[in-house]
Design a binder for this molecule. Sequence first.
Ligand SMILES: [Zn+2]
Length: 446
Amino acid sequence: MSQQVHDPHDKYWKAELETLPRPELEALQLKELKAEVAFAYAHSPYYKRSWDAAGVSPESLKSLADLAKFPFVDKQIERTTQGVGSFLGELCCVPEDDVVFVSSSSGSSGVPTMSPFTQNDFDEFQDVESRWFWQAGMRPNDRYIHALNFSLYVGGPDVIGAQNLGALCIWGGTLPSERLIFVLQNYQPTCIWTSPSYAWMLGNTCKKKGIDPKTDLSIKRIFVAGEMGGSISSTRKAIEDLWGAELFDFYGLSDIFGACAAQCEAHDGLHIAEDHILVETVDPSTGELLKPGEQGELCYTTLRKKARPLIRFRSGDIGHVNLEPCSCGRTHARIYVDGRKDDMFIVSAVNVFPSDIENVVRGIPELTGEYEIRIFDENYTTRYEVRVEKTPDTELDRDEVAARTKRALKGRTGVNPVGVIVEDAGTLQGSTHKATRVIDERKKSL
Ligand SMILES: [Zn+2]
């Protein structure tokens, strides 16, 4: 795709589109949705069969609200339809010859799913990535290191969005920390994308080597995705202080794009590309449509993808949507993700997410920020316990640190942990990439 010309002082990548008044934005969505649904019905054996069975068809769609009449799809349907009838399966709407790229999910929760793109799907995906990079302040004079996995992962190619914007791009991938630090020192990139836990670990590794990320390196912007940390204000602040940089949370779905939504300078929710993706919130148990602002499962519909349109895709992510215009001037909705449906645990009828606990742990100065959550059943009741580490220089003793942490956890989540165990710094394993900090013993104790 030819590079677009932008003045570095331009605030927006696509000014008119990003600031479209909501009625016009919704009119655009309806037009795109009608075309997408008609295309899916005509070309996907699965959608045809599923919608016929549900008594809906493209003609059922007169308004955006009519979308709620259509059945959902989910990861399980992606899995069971892939490879059926053809290599790419029954959700795919184009011949394989038109597909130029497939990514694959990690398969951490089952058989990996492929995500196919036509050339136009791919170009539009990269234009959305350019939009997020521009929104986060990247300009053509930036040097960018893309420190995300390139192997099968849909986030790998996002680097092309930065190249199309005109930045100098370094395809870092998953370099070992030693090599990555060498690149940071010698090429002095100004922007980096990694996971929040890795950004934290990498900055601390630099410090141990006598390199101060704030003064010895040039990183001014950090993009993060793949974990909750980027939207947890205390985690964001800790990473920003460590690096002397501004952190922007990005949110992607391997099923749609590398990043589908991203924070702007207001850091209040993540703008979703509503010209490409329609978002609904549904009750995670019943599937009933919820109102904007209500917490529920985020459900996405692609508006322009042709290789594999996703109509009402249940993401498994719990959060809410804000339709109010943002202080940055953009009108596209902002999403707030609280966590994975599968990670949520219920204590005394209260929904608790590991991200709530992280927020508390990262906000207490006497703690190192590392933590481990143990969830277990006791007398048929779910309980949780948290292990944390106290910093070596705190004057508080373990009991005082534990009491303080316990109070803060109750304040944030509404429910007390059974206990807070305070360890010395360095006891709990820091994470290199995607962190596993939750030990769920409930299934074992049944
Ligand atoms: Zn904004």
